[in-house]
Design a protein around this ligand. Sequence first.
Ligand SMILES: [Zn+2]
Length: 452
Amino acid sequence: MKLLIILIFSGLTTGFTENSSSSYPSKLLLVSFDGFRADYLQNYDFPHLQNFIKEGVLVEHVKNVFITKTFPNHYSIVTGLYEESHGIVANSMYDVVTEKHFSDFNDKDPFWWNEAVPIWVTNQLQGNRSSAAAMWPGTDVAIHNVTLSYFMNYNASVSFKERLNTITAWLSNSDPPVTFATLYWEEPDASGHKYGPEDKKSMSTVLKEIDDHIGDLVHKLKMSGLWENLNVIITSDHGMTQCSVERLINLDDCINRTTYTLIDLTPVAAILPKINTTQIYNKLKMCHHHMNVYLKEDIPARFHYQHNDRIQPIILVADEGWTIVLNKTLTKCDHGYDNSLPSMHPFLAAHGPAFHKGYKHNTINSVDIYPMMCHILGLKPHPNNGTFGNTKCLLVDQWCINLPEAIGIVIGVLLVLTTLTCLIVIMKNRLSAPHAFSRLQLQEDDDDPLIE
Ligand SMILES: [Zn+2]
């Protein structure tokens, strides 16, 4: 009973907190350090980031979406959708109907982004608020004809400091107020590609720089008076895996270049056949035992990577650490592999009034971040593939309990109630038992007289 009362009371207080906080507009800054593999946190020192986590929450592994590339995963974070649903299915795409191409350097056509509505658009359309971006894939594109109130055109040569100063200024002084903002930085992805995640010496240098950037971020937010009331999420799009010249898959050994158009190469190759698809598929199938070959209709359901015209008729997925090439050279290490591999996962840390302090959580999905952000900002989310319940334990205004725990509590309560009922029944039976009958039995069994 006591437990039930506590549960009911918790529910009531949760409801009260939600109602009472909804009248104050929350602010959220979403930060991405590209290619920040989850286990960097265990293998390198991050004093500033660890301080941030100590006063906030940490999700050790974020299961991201397939393919584990930059543009698709950044768009999943801000839409809550798998790639087949938001339409950014790779960093390099081709649309057969319109004959349009998409690449890192040709990404401004809204056509590619309009299959989903990112949170910065929703934020500007629901209420008197604005959104700002110191870069993030898609933020310099007019998606659904909505341009962010404040944004920077993508330019890799703009320093972290300049991005930080700009976004802080926008968060501090703007009308209507900026309630959602993004900040993007290209490292440690660039160094991960160049050196590989196992090059401890080189990676420790770049990861120390990242930690210093996090120190600068916190310092700047404190100096600007934003720190106490601002919710800050620091996360990433994917991890990185070690490559080797010993692990190359040469496509030229399998099929003739004249028989297909190559839309994307590694570690997930997208093949658009010029001749019979089955013929090319059969050749590729026999090509290399470290390369999985799928016809579009046979792509495993767990990838959620099938139902979109931009996914090509054949895709090739290299095993972890293997690189698909068109010649024998290897230029860089990579990510993009199967999203069930821990090396592909990023982490998430968060701090602010919406989050608990000093709480650690094992895992969430990257598509769960979107409904959580909508909740914090008080926005009505668009239909998405995320589950808000997966992030409840991170939030102060939510009552957090998972299904196994709930089942355990119900079973425990039932056991206690059953035991109590049994005890009461036994006690009652004992008290009401007829004494005369007992004595009669004793007399029958008692052959020996007590007194001779
Ligand atoms: Zn990336």
